[in-house]
Design a binder for this molecule. Structure first.
Ligand SMILES: [Zn+2]
Ligand SMILES: [Zn+2]
Length: 304
């Protein structure tokens, strides 16, 4: 099954005329997950084709303002809009305390339950049919990244092979449901299970081994790229990555595609050169704009 990725905020640190702060929404079937929630994320989502009422989980990478300032407003609007479905909230150490303090402070309207927890390296949880796994990142404050994986799908049914074995179309459904029919085992006419798509989101981080490990074999790596390679010293100093470092991680981990976000506004006027630095290392790199919707399938990763 395809996954869809909506880039609501692709900028770094401060909102700019061209980019909102960090916020990406991933959808797989009925499961919609928001990754980080920078200032203005709810309004960005109102400008998109998707409703924030369908979000099942909001996963925060760390508590820097450009990743969480949108959260109190969004939680309140969900309440005022009559949400009743519970909402999963996850973030690094200190997250639960921060959200509870915030809710007390603003006395937000709550018509729904929060399933809230702090998470750390290696922890797993489910969002509907999506599996989520946290991994450690390196940013100078408690921080995690998230790997999302869609459930595996059954192998492809081969009607020609089934017909050659003397099976009738009326038998096909039973075989697809795993039943043995007329002495024929389902494995004789159904291929290997097809692994679900995997999307990895880094949040802010220096290059690190845990990220590369988590990103191994991902169909899509959404990686921060705050600086160009010429500013590698600043990236190191402030716990960020360059475009080239993001691309090197995607290459080392054998990812299918790379999307660069959290790009400093200083590159608004030189984005082709910025993107080229990454593409020189990992050609299947894109640098989405705010509000762009992409589809991720076995046939590629492109804007819808
Ligand atoms: Zn940031
Ligand atoms: Zn940060």
């Amino acid at each position: 099954m395809n996954m869809e990725v909506l880039f609501l905020g692709t900028g770094a640190s401060i909102p700019s005329r061209h980019r909102s702060p960090a916020c990406v929404v991933v959808r797989s079937g009925r499961d919609m997950v928001m990754l980080d929630c920078g200032e203005g994320s709810q309004r960005q989502m109102m400008l998109s084709p998707w409703s924030f009422m369908r979000i099942k989980a909001i996963l925060i990478t760390h508590l820097h303002g450009d990743h969480v300032f949108g959260l109190p407003g969004l939680l309140q609007t969900m309440g005022l809009s009559g949400r009743t479905d519970p909402l999963i909230l996850r973030g690094p150490a200190g997250f639960t305390h921060a959200v509870e303090t915030m809710m007390d402070l603003f006395q937000g309207v709550r018509s729904y339950d929060l399933d809230i927890a702090d998470v750390g390296d290696g922890e797993t949880f489910a969002v509907g049919e999506l599996g989520a796994e946290c991994f450690a990142t390196v940013h100078g404050v408690p921080s995690v990244g998230y790997a999302l994986r869609a459930a595996d799908r059954p192998g492809r049914f081969d009607p020609d092979a089934a017909a050659a074995l003397g099976l009738e179309p009326v038998d096909f459904r039973r075989l697809q449901q795993g039943e043995r029919v007329r002495g024929i085992d389902p494995a004789e006419v159904i291929g290997e299970p097809r692994p679900g798509m995997k999307v990895v989101y880094t949040g802010d981080t220096r290059p690190c081994g845990s990220l590369e490990e988590a990103a191994r074999g991902a169909d899509l790596l959404i990686h921060e790229a705050t600086y160009s390679d010429a500013e590698a010293g600043l990236a190191e100093k402030y716990g960020h990555a360059t475009a080239g470092q993001a691309a090197a991680a995607a290459a080392a981990a054998g990812c299918g595609h790379l999307a660069l976000i959290h790009v400093s506004s200083r590159y608004d006027d030189g984005r082709e050169a910025f993107l080229a630095e990454a593409q020189a290392v990992f050609p299947r790199t894109v640098m989405p704009d705010d509000l762009q919707l992409y589809r991720l399938g076995r046939d590629g990763f492109r804007p819808v």
